[in-house]
Design a protein around this ligand. Structure first.
Ligand SMILES: Cc1ncc(COP(=O)(O)O)c(C=O)c1O
Length: 638
């Protein structure tokens, strides 16, 4: 067998195809993060984790690579700049970061800061998001677009913010909002900057395709736009409308769906201009997808186009239609969230050492002792015969018989004909047969169809210190793939097929679909964990939506988060550490009060002390432990 190399690992986990040249494997066999695509500089993730542990920051840790974030903002702006130049487009492009994708203050602050060069703006969809965005801005330097439903208070806040110098566009999502906007504007005497969201007939594709099409939740139909124009004219406010917006869904996997939406959206823009609406901006929403599995396909965890192709199509289609219609080209806005932030954060955590092989009874001696074999139950004996005789020729038949016999052993046990020991013998031989079959199957080419799924019987569960519901909820909710890779030992063959189980008490908290070499696979190859090692795995491309959609199943709270920038002298610099929730903080979300908890426990203990059921020492030791637990991280320690 040729020696396993880091290139083999790179292929197994498909790193080159999803990694956007930001992730690679170094000579030590550790995963590296590059500050920019293909940069010769890199941060060794395993060394970084060891350093963080030395700093007493415990896993799971969300690592946020701020250079990557900056780089993504820069590259989206750059590809649009190039497309504008190539197509001689006569207007500007601007990105608005939709803060719903990750509203963490430090993240939005960083985006606003990095984005200054590119005139970035923020898109918000609720009152809290509006307040957060206003708090980042010092007036017109950070423009804001307000989507989502709005009440009178929301509208009034936006109007007064406009009066005091903020640059905010309020997008009409529904006709009934227009009535309120006109009423508040008349009452306050403040003219708003308005946008209109149109409901396109063109639909996106994939999980979020219902954001577009005739049944979409948001936006005005064509007839409603005409009604809105009439109403605004009548109120002397048509001049306030500066922007037309559409959004046909997130993670649009096929470029032709984007083109269809662009054509329809730009046609509506052109017609509105002809109707006398002085539109200056066309906001094409989000939807620019991320290739999570690296397959470059229209499968929903992937995309069949590049950012360059996206930008070129946007500019080309808009220019073409505007030129044909004889209307001026608009300034273009896109609200790319996922494509901006997916890459920059990686969750790294430890696999709990599950090497329990040495604890299991060894039946080898029982089963090889001829005198004892005679005493075995017939079912166990048949399994043993298969184990001894199986070979390439009898493979299929023996596999079928094995499955039938193991099922039979369970039935016989339930009926009382097999005891615990005998069932354990059956289990033990079964696992040996499966391993033997695997050794044969690995050498077969092609693998017989019915044995292709066979390797799943070998899959072992690796229990891992994280909550799926908190850290990658889309894996559970919509079966989205995220690349998962061990961050060390990649110069060794990962020869255990695994599924990844989290530490919640929920059987749904398990990942059984992974990014593989040729698409989705049902098992993740990992290494056999040594008894004395800390073995870490990384969950990649999780920067978009996952943090904010995460929930507190079993009261596992926010993880520790660390912001890191690349540094030539010391390799990296830690900018910020945001400590994860402690047990008392998690309990506070569900209305428990830690001092009340301690008081109640103390009262109970004092009763037992007075009844001499518990000693004073035991009581105070227990209280100390409770205090320590309340202060501790919600995830598992040693
Ligand atoms: C109105 C609007 N804009 C932008 C986005 C961000 O989309 P994406 O993350 O796909 O870029 C969304 C999310 O679905 C949205 O609803």
């Amino acid at each position: 067998m040729p020696k396993w190399t880091i290139n083999d690992s790179s292929k197994v986990y498909n790193i080159e195809n999803w990694g956007a040249e930001l992730f690679s494997i170094n000579k030590k066999g550790n995963v590296c993060v590059h500050p920019s695509p293909n940069s010769k500089y890199s941060i060794d993730l395993r060394m970084l984790m060891d350093d963080l542990i030395k700093r007493k920051i415990k896993p799971p840790i969300l690592l946020r690579f701020m250079n990557i974030l900056e780089g993504r903002i820069a590259s989206i702006s750059r590809v649009f700049k190039n497309a504008i130049q190539e197509n001689n487009y006569p207007a500007r492009y601007q990105t608005f970061y939709p803060i719903k994708v990750n509203q963490q203050r430090q993240v939005v602050e960083a985006i606003a800061n990095f984005g200054k060069k590119y005139n970035i703006g923020l898109e918000v969809g609720s009152k809290p998001e509006l307040v957060a965005a206003i708090s980042m801005s010092t007036g017109s330097n950070l423009p804001i677009i307000c989507n989502g439903y709005k009440d009178t208070e929301f509208i009034e806040t936006v109007l007064f913010a406009t009066r005091v110098g903020y640059d905010i566009t309020i997008v009409i999502e529904k006709l009934f909002e227009l009535e309120k906007i006109v009423e508040v504007s008349k009452r306050t005497g403040i003219l708003p900057k308005l946008g209109i969201r149109v409901k396109l007939s063109s639909k996106g594709i994939g999980k979020w395709s219902t954001s577009g099409g005739d049944d979409a939740k948001f936006g005005l139909r064509i007839s409603e736009i005409i009604a809105a124009i009439d109403k605004l004219k009548e109120s002397n406010m048509l001049g306030c409308v500066k922007l037309l917006h559409f959004h046909v869904g997130s993670q649009i996997t096929k470029i032709d769906k984007i083109k269809n939406a662009l054509i329809e959206g730009t046609r509506i823009y052109a017609e509105m201009r002809k109707l006398g609406v002085d539109l200056e901006f066309l906001d094409i929403g989000g939807g620019l997808g991320v290739d999570y599995d690296g397959s470059k396909s229209s499968y929903f965890s992937s995309v069949n186009y590049s950012i360059e192709e996206y930008a070129n199509d946007v500019i080309y289609q808009i220019k073409n239609i505007c030129d044909d219609a004889g209307v001026p080209c608009p300034n273009i806005i896109s609200e790319s969230g996922r494509a901006t932030v997916a890459h920059y954060s990686v969750l790294v955590t430890n696999v709990l050492n599950n090497n329990t092989q040495t604890l299991l009874p060894d039946f080898e001696s029982v089963l090889s002792d001829a005198s004892k074999v005679g005493e075995l139950s017939p079912t166990v004996k048949k399994l043993l015969d298969i184990y001894k005789s199986i070979d390439r020729h009898s493979l299929r038949e023996d596999y079928h018989d094995t499955i039938q016999l193991i099922q039979e052993s369970v039935s016989l046990f339930n009926l009382g004909y097999l005891n615990m020991n005998e069932r354990a013998h059956a289990e033990w031989i079964y696992s040996r047969i499966i391993r033997k079959i695997n050794n044969i199957v690995e050498k077969l080419k092609p693998i017989p169809e019915e044995l292709q799924n066979f390797q799943l019987s070998l899959r072992q569960t690796y229990f891992t210190n994280f909550s799926l519901f908190q850290s990658i909820p889309d894996s559970w909710a919509i079966d989205q793939l995220f690349p998962i890779v061990p961050i060390q030992r990649l110069d060794e063959k990962p020869d255990v097929l695994t599924s990844i189980a989290d530490i919640t008490c929920d059987s749904d908290g398990e990942i059984t679909s992974f990014v593989g070499q040729t698409g989705r696979t049902k098992a993740l190859p990992l290494h056999k964990i040594k008894s004395d090692e800390d073995y870490y795995i990384g969950f990649f491309l999780i920067g978009a939506y996952q943090e904010i959609l995460g929930d507190m199943h079993n009261l596992f709270g926010d993880t520790n988060a660390v912001h890191i920038t690349f540094n030539k002298k010391t390799n990296y610099k830690i900018d910020t550490v945001i400590t994860g929730d402690t047990t008392w903080e998690s309990l506070k979300y569900v209305q428990y009060d830690s001092s009340e908890i301690l008081k109640r426990i103390r009262n109970n203990l004092e009763k037992d002390v007075s009844l001499q059921k518990v000693s004073i020492e035991e009581s105070s030791h227990f209280l100390e432990l409770m205090e320590k637990t309340l202060q501790s991280y919600t995830y598992l320690g040693e």
